[in-house]
Write a protein of this length. Structure first.
Length: 151
């Protein structure tokens, strides 16, 4: 198991987007984050973090997974039922795949109705909405220039 296999698996799920966050984490989102998508998993790209794979597992699985040697609560996200695998051999390949499918499904169920509505659109229309949203966010992020009247 490695980052490339995780990427191929996660990108095969419906409505998945990816970003690089915090300098060295490849983050997988259910739905684009600009339209209200949410993270369901992330991998450490350069090995400088506390683990190799983090994912949402839900309240039911959280304590069960933490009983496995090499699993730990994800820093800053454990309260939201995220766990981190310290190394690739903590779970078998099929277990990792099952956990990621579950994480995707759990997060999809929690998405706001407006986000699910955009995701249900045909791909061309959905992409248009996402592009428009990004443009809107970009204009909001730019600092407003203020002109000072001449005296």
């Amino acid at each position: 198991m490695d980052n490339e296999h995780i990427r191929n698996l996660c990108m095969s799920f419906p409505h998945v987007a990816e970003t690089v966050n915090w300098g060295h984490h490849l983050v997988y989102w259910v739905g684009d984050r600009d339209i209200g998508g949410r993270m369901f998993a992330s991998t450490d790209l350069d090995g400088s973090g506390v683990g190799v794979l983090s994912f949402h597992c839900g309240a039911e699985r959280f304590h069960e997974l933490l009983e496995i040697e090499g699993m730990r609560p994800t820093p800053y996200s454990a309260k939201n039922f995220w766990v981190t695998m310290e190394r690739w051999d903590v779970l078998r390949r099929n277990q990792i795949e099952d956990e990621l499918r579950r994480a995707h499904a759990l997060i999809f169920e929690k998405l706001p109705k407006r986000t699910k509505t955009v995701l249900a659109l045909p791909e061309k229309e959905s992409n248009k909405v996402i592009r428009e949203r990004r443009k809107l966010l970009a204009t909001r992020a730019r600092p407003a220039t203020r002109t000072v009247p001449k005296k």
